[in-house]
Design a protein around this ligand. Sequence first.
Ligand code: COA
Ligand code: AMP
Length: 624
Amino acid sequence: MGAYADTYQRSLDDSDGFWLAAAAAIDWSRPPARALDSANAPLYRWFPDGELNTSYNALDRHVAQGRGEQTALIWDSPVTGTVTRYSYAELRDEVARFAGALRSLGVGKGDRVIIYLPMVPEAAIAMLGCARIGAVHSVVFGGFAPKELAARIEDAKPKVIVAASCGIEPTRIVEYKPIIDEALAATTHQPDKVVVLQREAARAELSARDIDWADLVPGATPADPVPVAATDPLYILYTSGTTGKPKGVVRDTGGHAVALAWSMGAVYDIQPGDVWWTASDVGWVVGHSYIVYAPLLIGATTVLYEGKPVGTPDAGAFWRVISDHGVQALFTAPTALRAIKKVDPDAAELAKYDLSKFRTLFLAGERLDPETYHWASKVLGTPVIDHWWQTETGWPIAANPRGLEPMPVKPGSATKPVPGWNVEILDQSGDPLPAGQEGAIAIKLPLPPGSLPTLWGDDARFIEAYLSRYEGYYLTGDSGYLDEDGYLFVMGRTDDVINVAGHRLSTGSMEAVLAAHPAVAECAVIGVRDQLKGQLPRGFVVLKSGVDIPEERLREELVAAVRRDIGPVAAFRDVSVVDALPKTRSGKILRKTMRGIADGRDEPVPSTIEDPGVLDALRTILRG
Ligand code: COA
Ligand code: AMP
């Protein structure tokens, strides 16, 4: 057996032994004697008797081991013209001070803290500061609207919110304070304090509840790391589900540290001291796991980049960062590569930089189209590795495990299931499908360490949303197939989740916004293919009878409503008025059929369709 096959088999046959061995890479204040706790199955827990602190593992222990002077974090911010380096000792001190500041505001173990910060080092400092005192952070992406922020505040009930005065987008300054004020005007729950990091691009006016980061943090008494149970929550990260209400994915402390540290070596082949860059945002899971936690847990150097792939200042932005900091591997979403390719198809900018240290490009977050794969492989001349995972899982389910056993790449495949993940392809009735046949991608329980143990405060929703479709399995929501060599091909979501420029969004929540318009009787939103962003939302509305509104005005109002209620990141720009939506006789909207038409696939029309003629009108709109 090769290293991969052997490790994979061991991870399933003796998962306790496998993960207890992996746990040795972490420093525990009380080492776990047990790995899996099945007492409350299907709600599994990992390392039930272990105790540790994630901030200690990400910072202090590296200092103790003599890495204090090594660079832990490089903040590269072309939008502000800044590059700042923090050594492990400096980052530990900043985090300890911030943790002390939080404590001075009454934040303790188990209290929630919402972090609403752009790509500044203070985002990582705030996350690690929460972890240091056992507080549970919930980072909210800056591109969301006040309503989305409000939904997260209401669910997480934070004691404190940590925010910046603004984020910097290429075409505008996004003032955060008005967004927070609007969100808090709509929530029942109110935090005690809002800590505001003032940025020169737009300083915020502070009110009685607000406190300036600069007044609070520098003088705070540094806090030591507090041991917490391995099963205590480290963070909550809200993600889009099929309904409008976001799901609060919980991440535990011990399983997360063990799995992420293991993945850095086995999947990404990154060692202590290597320079690693994840070009994403701390508001997404990719940012949590691979900008902040994983690289620091193993003592690598992580790059935190505030900018876009192009236009900051040009299409060479990514190559400049790789060259300036000696980056060995980059992890980003395919859409970033498509954005570069669009403006610099021959990668002329790349020739200006020294990429001699660069070894691997990792891509995930959305489907990697073959064209982008081939382009990136050609211009970089390094392996380009697609891999697949989700907010819920926290780390890769399928990958080409570069540190374990690099495998030949098959374009279109996320390569093979990573050790720990027992992936099966199931048909409608839950029977495993043979190689080559597409079905629901499911993972046999228990999920490995690092994956979500539950949804915040809602075990029932966790079971209902993920564990009830196939007994004994976690439902990923993606469909795909395994080929004869065991390579996994992920084909797309089976639900209403879409991926726009690598950002996960719910068409269900967009439909809720459209449906609230007084002129709209019913509506549907589907994801359609887009050359740059992978997918874009596309809306269809049926008007209430007797309504007389110019179509252009209605469109503008609906587009503005989605931007106002969900946020600019939804990139919702396209909505058509139709006479009717395709429905079954029992009234269910045939979204899958609509998606098929949009993608040029003529799916069999369900025999239960009420009026097949409706599809002709849709074909005309979608295919021109
Ligand atoms: N705060 C506020 N607004 C934000 C934001 C943030 N953090 N991120 C995006 N937005 C806004 C953008 O300004 C844009 O607003 P506009 O409609 O006024 O122009 C809108 O949301 C859509 O953003 P986006 O889809 O990102 O489009 P873009 O044209 O700004 O950039 C890419 C396109 C491809 C360059 C960019 O999406 C990218 O770099 N993606 C990488 C993917 C990624 O990080 N994925 C995370 C998982 S790996
Ligand atoms: P998120 O939770 O934001 O990470 O989004 C997870 C979803 O993105 C998955 O369920 C997939 O639908 C999609 N996705 C992530 N990575 C890939 C990939 N490599 N190939 C295809 N789809 C992907």
